[in-house]
Design a binder for this molecule. Sequence first.
Ligand code: PGA
Length: 242
Amino acid sequence: MIPKLIVANWKMAIDLDAVRVFEREWNGGPAVTTADVVVAPPAVFLHHAAVLGGVSLCGQDVSIHSMGAHTGEVSAAMLKALGCRYGIVGHSERRSGHSETNALIAEKASRLETEGLRPIICVGESLLERQSGGAESLIATQVTESCSGLSTAPIIAYEPVWAIGSGESASPDDVVVMHRHIKRTLDRAFAADVPVLYGGSVNPENCTQFTAHPEVNGLLVGGASLNARQFWKLCTSVGGER
Ligand code: PGA
């Protein structure tokens, strides 16, 4: 069985003390052997997260610029220099809070690809879009436009906006339907298959309802990834051998 990819997105929801507690608890426990684990800390804590055992590092966002006079921005090369293998782009909090378009997200994804980092491109519909029956066409547009210009397969994270941080995850059936739709949309776009993760109110209790399906290649976890014990429990309950 191919191991599932479990990505922790710490957002800006953690302080330095909590990062240190996470490190102590994570490194004090047994290694996760049943999943590939990735942590996306705030950029300023990347060097702290680098000590986490058995974990790959990920940026939460990246600049569209390669370098230069861009105050406050973090380039793909900087993420790489700090050990990142992945970078998240197009999270709904960036799409809505920073008016990020699919075209801009595609540029960011290309920056990551150029530096040899694998983009994790987030897509997701709002509740209104789902209720109006427009979710599938919206997701197809998001996926196609956000991947344009990439020459190697990225990772897609399907995160319905209404499920993020709400405590109300999407139903596993709806997730499987959307993951199939995303895979179909990108069929033949790249030489390799595109893994699709689910994100939105995933926790140790509900995670296997999603990962039990072969269409779900892993999870993007926000709130439930901030506590090492809880996140470890989630990672170890997801089946699969390395
Ligand atoms: P959540 O966040 O697990 O807290 O819902 C997921 C995400 O935004 O990536």
